[in-house]
Design a protein around this ligand. Structure first.
Ligand SMILES: *[C@@H]1O[C@H](CO)[C@@H](O)[C@H](O)[C@H]1NC(C)=O
Ligand SMILES: *[C@@H]1O[C@H](CO)[C@@H](O)[C@H](O)[C@H]1NC(C)=O
Ligand SMILES: *[C@@H]1O[C@H](CO)[C@@H](O)[C@H](O)[C@H]1NC(C)=O
Ligand SMILES: *[C@@H]1O[C@H](CO)[C@@H](O)[C@H](O)[C@H]1NC(C)=O
Ligand SMILES: *[C@@H]1O[C@H](CO)[C@@H](O)[C@H](O)[C@H]1NC(C)=O
Length: 949
C-alpha cells in the first residue's frame, strides 16, 4: 500500500464501491478503511499518529485490536480523543468489526443509514458526540447481530423508526439525551432479548404502547424526562426480571396497577413528578428487593403504608410532594433506611421516635407538613444524621440540647416553625454543621457567642426572629460563611468590623434591625445593595450614603458622659460640631475637691513628720526584738511576750543580712508616701526587700486587727502586685516588708525621665493592662486599694508594672472621712468625687476612678492636675474636650512622637474617661476593664472578647 493519503481520500468515492466488493487483498481493506477514517477526522492531539498507511499491521495501531487467528480488525475503540469531523464511510470496509466505540468525541453530521450493515457488528457506541439529524428509517433494517447500540447524548431528533423491532438480537438500546420526539412505536417491545431500554431525556410523548410483557428479559427501563401520558400498563407486573424502572418526570396519571407488587426483583422504582393518584396500597410490601423508592411529587393520598417496614433492603424513600396523611411512620426511625424525604405532605401530630438506637438514617426531611409538638430530644439517637430538615411545620418550644450529640450533622433546618426559646449556646457542639437555618421562628435572646465555634458554617440564617443584643464578634470567625442573614430581628450595637475578614461572604442581610455604627469596610461591604442594610436608623457608611462620626475606630465604644444608662458600654455621645477649641476649662467639682485636698495634704505631711519624729526619738522602747537605735536594725537578744516579731507571710524565716546594717537609714530611703517611708535593705539570703515604715502608728489598729488585715491582703499574690513578704509590729513601730522592685515608679518614668528614655506605646499599653489586672485581682479578693496613682505603680526590670501600697487604708482604725481624705490627698487628682460626699459608700469604684485618671496620665504624659499661669487644667476634662473634637492625636504624649496606633489609642482614651465617670455605677469594674483592654489589644479576636461582646 503506497498510495499517498491525499490520493486515497480524493479517489475514495470512486474506489469505495470497488474495494468494498472485490477485496482480493483483505488485509488492505482494513488498512484502507482505517486510513480513510483517519483522513475524515481531525485529530488535534495526534492520537492516531501510529496509523500509517505504509504499515501492513493495523493491529498494532492505537485503539485497534484484531482477531488473533484471522488478523482482521475486530475492535476499534477511540473514546474521548477529541476527534472531530464526520463519521467516515471508510469504517464500512472493516467487515470483521464487532465493536465500534467512538464515544466522547466530537463527531458531527448525520448517521449513515447503512451503519448496522456491518455484518459482524455487535456493539456500536457513539455516545456523547455531536451527531445530528434524524435516524434514517433504514437504520435498524439490516441489523444482523447487533446487541448493543448507544447513540446517547447526541443531537439526534425525529421519531424512533418503527422497524427498531427488527433488531431481534438487540439487548441494549440507549437513545437517551437526544431530541427524539413523537410517539413510541409499539414494535418497541418486539425484541424478546431486550434487557435495557433507555429513552430518557428526549421529547417523546403519547402513551406507553401496549405489549410490554413481551420483553420478558427486560432488566432496565428508563423513560424519564419525556412527556408520556396516560396510565402505566398493568402488564408491567409481568416483567419478572425488572430491576430498575424509572418513569419520572412525565405526565403519567391514574392509580398504580396492583401488578407492580409482583416486581419482586425490582431494586429501583421512580415514579416521581407524574400525575399518579390514589393510595399506595400495601402491595408495595411485595417489592421485596426494593432499595430505592421514589413516589415524590405526585397526587398520592392516604396514609403511608406500614408494609414498607417489610422492605429490608430499602435505603432511600422519597415520598415528598403528595397528600399523604397521618403521623410520621414508625419505620422511618426503626428500619435500615438511610434517606427519608416526606416533605410537603399533610402529616400531622408529634414526631415520635420509635427505635432508640442503630438507626441508619442520614437524611431526614419532614419539612412542609403540619407536625406539632417539640423537636424530640431523642432525635439524638439518630447518630448518623447528616441532614435534618423539619422546617415549615408547627413545632414549638426549643432546640433540644441533645442535638449536640449529632456529630455528623451538616445541615439543620428548623425554619418557619413556632420555636419560641433562646438559641442554645451549645448548638455549635455540632462541629461539622455547614448550614443552620432557624429563620422565621420566635427565637429570642441573644445570638450565642459560641456561634464562633461553628467553623464549618457556610450558611447561617436567623432572620425573622426576635433576637436581641449585639451581633457577636465571634461570628467573624466563621471564615467559610457564604451566606449570613440576620434581618428582621431586634439586634442592637454595631456590626463587627471583623466581618470584613469573612472572605467567602456572598450574601449578607441585616436589614430591619436596630443596628448602629459604621458598616465594615472592604469590597464586599462596599458593594452591598442598600436593601440588605436598610431600616437600621443607626448604621452609617459610604455604602449607605451616610457619613459616620469622625472617630469610629473600634467596636467597643464607651460613654463617659452617660448618667442615665446603667450600662457604661454604650454608644458615645459625640458631638463633632461642638467647637471647644479655645474654651477655658472651668473648674469642676472634682477639681475643687482636689484643690481643697491640697491644703489638707500640707497638714497631713506635717502630722506624718511629727509621728515619724516620735518613732525615731523613742529609743528606749523595750519590747522590740530589733534595736532601732541610730536607725540601725539589729537583732536583740531580748525576747519577751510583748516584743515585736518579724513575721513572714506564708511561713519561713525572714532575717536581715547583718546586724548593724543600716536599715532605716536615710541613705537607704527609697521614698515617702501617704502611709509611710520606704527603705531598701537585703535579707540574709541576699534577696533585696523594701521596708515600709508606717508613719501613722498612732492610728494603727491593735496588733490582732493589724495582723488580720495584713494577712488578708498579704495573701493576695499576683504578678502585677508588689508582693508582701512579711511584717513587724510593736505598738510604736510597724513595718511591712515587700519585695524590692528595681525599676522605679511610673511617675518618674512619665514625668521625670529624659525624652530619649520615654516609654513606648507598647510599654504604656502593657503598663495600663498590667495595672488593670493587678487591681482586678485585688478586687476579686475583696481588697480596695484606695490610693491608686502613678507613684504607686512600680516597674520591675522588664517593665512589668507592679501595684504597690494596696490595702493600707484598712489598717487605719479610725477610717473617718478626714483621715482618709488627708491620706488620699497625696493622690491629687486621682480622687473619686464620692470621697467628697460623706454619704456615699467607698467601694472598688473609687479605684476605678483613680485607674481612669492613671490611664489618661499614661497616655498624655500629663499630670492629673496641672497648674498653669492663670489656669488649672484637670486632665480628665482636657481629654474629654479633645476626644469630643476628634483631636486624639494632639492628646497623646508628644514623647511618643506620633508612634501609636490610633485604633488602639482611641478606645483606651475612652476607657480612661468612662472609668472617671462622675456616677460610680457608670464606671466599669476592673474585670470588665481588663477584658476591654484585651479586646483592644487583639483586634482579630480572642476568647475573652467573646465574653464581652
Ligand atoms: C477525557 O479526556 C480528558 C483529557 O484528555 C480527561 O480529563 C477526561 O477525564 C476524559 N473523560 C472521560 C469520560 O474519560
Ligand atoms: C465540536 O465541534 C464543533 C463544530 O466543529 C465545535 O463548535 C465545538 O467547539 C466542538 N466541541 C468540542 C468539545 O471540541
Ligand atoms: C445511556 O447513556 C447515558 C449517557 O451516556 C448514560 O448516562 C446512561 O446510564 C445509559 N443508560 C443505560 C441504561 O445504561
Ligand atoms: C389521564 O390523562 C388523560 C390525558 O392525558 C386523560 O384523558 C385521562 O382522563 C386522565 N386519567 C385520569 C385518571 O386522570
Ligand atoms: C412556646 O409556645 C408554646 C405553644 O404555643 C407555648 O405552650 C409555650 O408556653 C411557649 N413557650 C415560651 C417560652 O414562650
Amino acid at each position: 500500500m503506497t498510495l499517498p493519503s491525499f490520493l486515497v481520500v480524493s479517489l475514495l468515492p470512486f474506489l469505495l464501491p470497488f474495494l468494498a466488493q472485490s477485496g482480493p487483498n483483505p488485509l488492505n481493506d482494513d488498512v484502507l478503511g482505517l486510513i480513510v477514517f483517519k483522513a475524515d477526522v481531525s485529530d488535534p492531539f495526534s492520537h492516531l499518529s501510529s496509523w500509517n498507511e505504509d504499515s501492513d499491521h493495523p493491529c498494532n495501531w492505537y485503539g485497534v485490536s484484531c482477531d488473533l487467528k484471522s488478523n482482521r480488525v475486530t475492535h476499534l475503540a477511540l473514546t474521548n480523543l477529541s476527534l472531530s469531523g464526520k463519521l467516515s464511510r471508510g469504517l464500512l470496509l472493516l467487515q470483521y468489526l464487532t465493536t465500534l466505540d467512538l464515544s466522547r468525541n466530537n463527531l458531527t453530521g448525520p448517521l449513515q443509514p447503512d451503519f448496522l450493515r456491518l455484518q459482524n457488528l455487535q456493539t456500536l457506541d457513539l455516545t456523547a458526540n455531536s451527531l445530528s439529524g434524524s435516524l434514517p428509517s433504514s437504520f435498524f433494517e439490516q441489523c444482523r447481530s447487533v446487541q448493543s447500540v448507544s447513540l446517547a447524548s447526541n443531537g439526534l431528533l425525529g421519531p424512533i423508526p418503527g422497524n427498531v423491532g427488527n433488531c431481534l438480537s438487540l439487548a441494549s438500546l440507549n437513545l437517551s439525551y437526544n431530541q427524539f420526539s413523537d410517539v413510541l412505536p409499539s414494535s418497541l417491545w418486539n425484541f424478546v432479548g431486550l434487557r435495557s431500554l433507555d429513552l430518557s431525556n428526549n421529547d417523546l410523548f403519547g402513551t406507553i404502547p401496549p405489549g410490554m410483557n413481551a420483553s420478558i428479559n427486560m432488566r432496565v427501563i428508563n423513560l424519564r424526562n419525556n412527556r408520556f401520558t396516560g396510565q402505566l400498563p398493568g402488564e408491567i407486573g409481568d416483567l419478572a426480571l425488572l430491576k430498575s424502572l424509572d418513569l419520572s418526570n412525565n405526565l403519567l396519571n391514574g392509580t398504580l396497577p396492583d401488578s407492580i407488587g409482583r416486581l419482586a426483583t425490582c431494586q429501583y422504582l421512580s415514579l416521581s413528578s407524574n400525575l399518579f393518584s390514589g393510595l399506595v396500597p400495601i402491595w408495595i410490601g411485595g417489592m421485596r428487593s426494593l432499595e430505592s423508592l421514589d413516589l415524590s411529587w405526585n397526587k398520592f393520598s392516604g396514609e403511608i403504608p406500614s408494609s414498607i417496614n417489610h422492605l429490608q433492603f430499602l435505603r432511600e424513600v422519597r415520598l415528598s410532594g403528595n397528600s399523604f396523611t397521618g403521623g410520621v411512620p414508625t419505620w422511618v426511625f426503626a428500619s435500615g433506611v438511610e434517606l427519608v424525604s416526606i416533605s410537603d405532605n399533610m402529616l400531622n401530630g408529634a414526631i415520635e421516635l420509635a427505635g432508640k438506637s442503630g438507626s441508619a438514617l442520614r437524611f431526614l426531611d419532614l419539612s412542609g407538613n403540619a407536625l406539632s409538638g417539640w423537636v424530640p430530644p431523642d432525635v439524638s439517637y439518630l447518630k448518623n444524621l447528616q441532614l435534618l430538615n423539619l422546617s415549615r411545620n408547627l413545632l414549638s418550644g426549643d432546640i433540644p440540647a441533645t442535638i449536640g450529640d449529632l456529630k455528623l450533622l451538616e445541615a439543620l433546618d428548623l425554619s418557619s416553625n413556632n420555636l419560641n426559646h433562646t438559641i442554645p449556646s451549645d448548638i455549635c457542639e455540632l462541629a461539622s454543621l455547614k448550614v443552620l437555618n432557624l429563620e422565621k421562628n420566635s427565637f429570642y435572646g441573644e445570638i450565642p457567642i459560641q456561634i464562633g465555634k461553628c467553623t464549618s458554617l457556610t450558611s447561617l440564617d436567623l432572620s425573622e426572629n426576635s433576637l436581641t443584643g449585639q451581633i457577636p464578634m465571634s461570628i467573624s470567625k466563621l471564615t467559610k460563611l457564604q451566606r449570613l442573614d440576620l434581618s428582621q430581628n431586634k439586634l442592637t450595637g454595631e456590626l463587627p468590623k471583623q466581618l470584613s475578614s469573612c472572605p467567602q461572604l456572598t450574601y449578607f442581610n441585616v436589614s430591619h434591625n436596630q443596628l448602629t455604627g459604621g458598616v465594615p469596610s472592604g469590597t464586599f461591604f462596599d458593594s452591598l445593595p442598600p436593601s440588605s442594610l436598610s431600616d437600621n436608623a443607626g448604621l452609617c457608611g459610604s455604602v449607605l450614603n451616610k457619613s459616620c462620626p469622625a472617630v469610629m475606630p473600634k467596636p467597643i465604644v464607651l460613654n463617659p458622659n452617660s448618667s442615665s444608662s446603667n450600662n457604661p458600654l454604650t454608644q458615645p455621645n459625640l458631638n463633632p460640631t461642638k467647637n471647644l477649641h479655645h474654651k477655658k476649662i472651668i473648674l469642676s467639682i472634682s477639681t475643687l475637691v482636689a484643690i481643697g485636698g491640697a491644703a489638707i495634704i500640707a497638714v497631713g505631711i506635717l502630722t506624718i513628720t511629727v509621728l515619724n519624729f516620735r518613732v525615731r526619738s523613742n529609743k528606749s522602747q523595750p519590747a522590740t526584738a530589733f534595736d532601732l537605735s541610730d536607725g540601725y536594725l539589729t537583732q536583740s537578744p531580748r525576747s519577751d511576750a510583748n516584743s515585736g516579731k518579724l513575721v513572714r507571710i506564708g511561713g519561713g524565716d525572714l532575717e536581715f543580712s547583718a546586724a548593724g546594717h543600716a536599715l532605716l537609714n536615710k541613705d537607704c530611703e527609697l521614698g515617702r508616701g501617704g502611709f509611710g517611708t520606704v527603705y531598701k535593705t537585703v535579707l540574709r539570703d541576699g534577696q533585696p526587700v523594701a521596708i515600709k515604715k508606717l508613719t501613722v502608728s498612732s492610728l494603727v489598729k491593735s496588733k490582732d486587727d493589724f495582723e488580720r488585715e495584713v494577712h488578708s491582703f498579704g495573701k493576695v499574690k499576683h504578678c502585677n502586685l508588689v508582693g508582701l513578704k512579711g511584717y513587724y509590729w510593736t505598738s510604736s513601730l510597724q513595718l511591712l516588708i515587700y519585695e524590692y522592685i528595681p525599676g522605679g515608679n511610673l511617675h518618674k518614668h512619665l514625668h521625670e525621665s529624659p525624652a530619649s528614655d520615654s516609654l513606648s506605646w507598647l510599654e504604656r499599653f502593657d503598663i495600663i493592662l498590667g495595672v488593670a489586672r493587678g487591681l482586678a485581682h485585688l478586687h476579686r479578693h475583696g481588697v480596695v486599694h484606695y490610693n491608686i496613682k502613678s507613684t504607686n505603680v512600680l516597674l520591675d526590670g522588664s517593665g512589668e508594672p507592679k501595684v504597690a501600697d494596696y490595702g493600707l487604708a484598712k489598717l487605719l482604725p479610725m477610717l473617718d472621712r478626714y483621715v482618709l481624705c488627708s491620706k488620699i490627698q497625696s493622690a491629687l487628682g486621682y480622687m473619686a468625687p464620692e470621697f467628697a460626699c460623706k454619704t456615699v459608700k467607698i467601694t472598688e469604684k473609687c479605684d476605678v476612678f483613680g485607674f481612669g485618671v492613671l490611664v489618661m496620665e499614661i497616655l498624655t504624659g500629663r499630670r492629673p492636675v496641672e497648674y498653669l499661669e492663670d489656669d488649672v487644667v484637670v486632665l480628665g476634662d482636657a481629654v474629654r474636650v479633645c476626644l469630643e473634637e476628634g483631636r486624639v492625636e494632639e492628646l497623646m504624649d508628644p514623647r511618643l512622637g506620633g508612634d501609636f496606633p490610633l485604633e488602639e489609642a482611641v478606645p483606651v482614651v475612652k476607657l480612661g474617661l468612662v472609668c472617671t465617670s462622675q456616677v460610680p455605677s457608670n464606671r466599669p469594674d476592673m474585670c470588665e476593664v481588663v477584658k476591654i483592654l484585651e479586646v483592644v489589644r487583639s483586634p482579630q479576636g480572642t476568647p475573652e472578647e467573646e465574653l464581652l461582646v
